[in-house]
Design a protein. Sequence first.
Length: 230
Amino acid sequence: MSNKILVVEDEISIVEFIELYLENENFEVYKCFTAEAALKIIETMEFDLVLLDIMLPGKDGFFLCKKIREEYRYPIIMLTAKNDEVSKINGLTLGADDYITKPFLPLEMIARVKAQLRRYKKYNQSETDEDSGILSYSGLELNVRKRECSLKGKQLNLTPSEYDILRLLLEHKGEVVSSDELFRLIWHDDYYIKNNTISVHVRHLREKLGDKAENPNYIKTVWGVGYKIV
């Protein structure tokens, strides 16, 4: 069965460009030109991934990203204008899993879509997965089998990216995990583009843990290298 991808973009030429290359990879593509139209179709269909432009007529992509995250866990890749770092950070903070900067190459888009779908499939593996251990540290507990996280008995609502980052750090407790290694293992890319993707997800993860970068109880930044569990 083909993966269903929703493209939300108001520029017809870009929509047609995206649709062409996604369909060549046997994805089933659905298109919306406004956030309002996207919300209607999302209520009636199940999707595997959303490609979402920030600049939309009416309600913008940030609004739509937030609304999707209130109900659904599937990957969201945001399309952003060139060098628009603020928009990228806002999107990741609201729950987007990745972003693609315009203009982009079709091969980059396809690679990022496939990487997110692989992660989503792994995130939704059944509870019969053979790796059923518990990772714990100082009141923090990760149930690997159920992909659940709790802090001092309280369940935390982590995005797939936040969960994967935390799991990797806990699995290498006491060791520094470099940013490029996190990028490679989580996004399944062999190259690490110097951007804010990792740092934004870590910042958002810290907020949910009640952690502070300057005096961390859980995640410590090793400047110029990566991160480690304190």
